[in-house]
Design a protein around this ligand. Structure first.
Ligand code: SAH
Length: 336
């Protein structure tokens, strides 16, 4: 729902201020049409239905994995591709993976979104509409900004979205902003905005290696970024998740696990999440199970809390940017 247009339309029709909020409350509980919004006058519902689409995003394609993960590809009104994913877990958790941008201006070498053209920042309404799409299917209770884009480069809209997610069922304590290490953004969320969680996509423990696979590291080197994360941890009183993609022969040696431990010690400010690589048609291969296990054990022996991420939706190209990149290939146009 285009929330700005909704406000304007209500105002034009001389409706009281609370009407727009009533509409959002219905959407947040999974309403699929204005017709259902029974506390709005019938005439108003009809008029709204004529004037306002229910979503700013048009579903283009969807794919469902055998593990229950569901991915959707949407188009914005100006034909920018946007992806979102719903992960269903056995313990009942329903986790949304949201995009903050169409495409991404950063060029992490392993990431499918990074190889697409950058489109633009998504509006608050376009981010919320990804969540509402899945909320129309079933209740949801977690969200991660790990879809397309760098959330800290669109922080106003991302924070505005976080403020409204609790109405859809996702508490701030169950919302995670994942960043490449965009320093000004990390500094800003340390003192500003709702109490969401923070994840840093680190992927390498030293500047030389990290700059090779993540060019953004040239701009914001590891020491500064990790320092800002420690600040965040002390101010916000929550540990920072460290995302570490396991790339065979690139960043997965036991020596590098020790280097990572050196970087993160002595204080217990972090939780490391080792991510099995989801192949996306580039030069990288994911690390073997054994290397991932050895890497994890090294960290644990050094006193670092580390888990291995469960891979979800591998059969539907559910990793960041994969569906949009493929759709763009198939139609021989570049996205963005
Ligand atoms: N720009 C933000 C959020 C989007 S990416 C960030 O980088 O954190 C979300 C996570 O998915 C990042 O940790 C990213 O490195 C990881 N990722 C990218 N491509 C992947 C792939 N092919 N397989 C597994 N994880 C991937």
């Amino acid at each position: 729902m285009d929330l700005r247009l909704l406000d304007e339309t209500m105002a034009e029709m001389g409706q009281p201020g609370y009407r727009a909020d009533q509409v959002f409350q219905w959407l947040a509980r999974g309403a699929t049409s204005f017709e259902e919004m029974s506390n709005l006058p019938a005439g108003l519902r009809d008029e709204l239905a004529l004037k306002l689409p229910i979503s700013t995003l048009e579903p283009e394609a969807s794919a469902k994995s055998v593990d229950g993960t569901e991915k959707a590809l949407f188009m914005t009104a100006d034909q920018r591709p946007v992806e979102a994913v719903l992960m269903r877990y056995r313990d009942g958790r329903r986790s949304l993976c949201l995009s903050s941008q169409s495409g991404c201006p950063l060029t992490c070498t392993f990431c499918a979104t990074g190889s697409m053209n950058f489109g633009r920042n998504l509006t608050e309404s376009e981010i919320l509409d990804q969540a509402l799409h899945f909320r129309r299917i079933e209740p949801v209770n977690q969200a991660v900004f790990m879809g397309m884009g760098e959330p800290m480069m669109n922080l106003d809209n991302v924070l505005a979205t976080c403020e409204r997610l609790p109405e859809i069922g996702v508490a701030n304590s169950h919302t995670t902003i994942s960043t490449v290490g965009w320093l000004p953004g990390i500094e800003r969320v340390t003192t500003e905005g709702p109490a969401v969680r923070l994840a840093l996509s680190l992927h390498a423990p030293n500047d030389e290696l990290r700059s090779k696979i993540m060019p953004v590291n040239e701009r914001y080197p590891i020491a500064e970024v990790v320092g800002a994360c420690r600040e965040w941890r002390h101010t916000r009183k929550r540990k920072v998740f460290i995302e570490y993609l396991m790339l065979e022969g690139v960043n997965d040696s036991v020596e590098l696990a020790h280097e990572l431990a050196d970087l993160l010690l002595p204080k217990n400010d972090f939780k490391v999440n080792l991510i099995p690589y989801n192949p996306s048609g580039n030069e990288y291969t994911g690390s073997s199970r054994e290397s991932i296990r050895d890497f994890r054990e090294t960290l644990i022996r050094r006193g670092i809390f580390a888990t291995i991420r469960l891979t979800r939706g591998r059969d539907i190209d559910a990793a960041c940017g994969q569906l949009a990149a493929k759709a763009a290939d198939d139609s021989a146009v570049t996205a963005g």
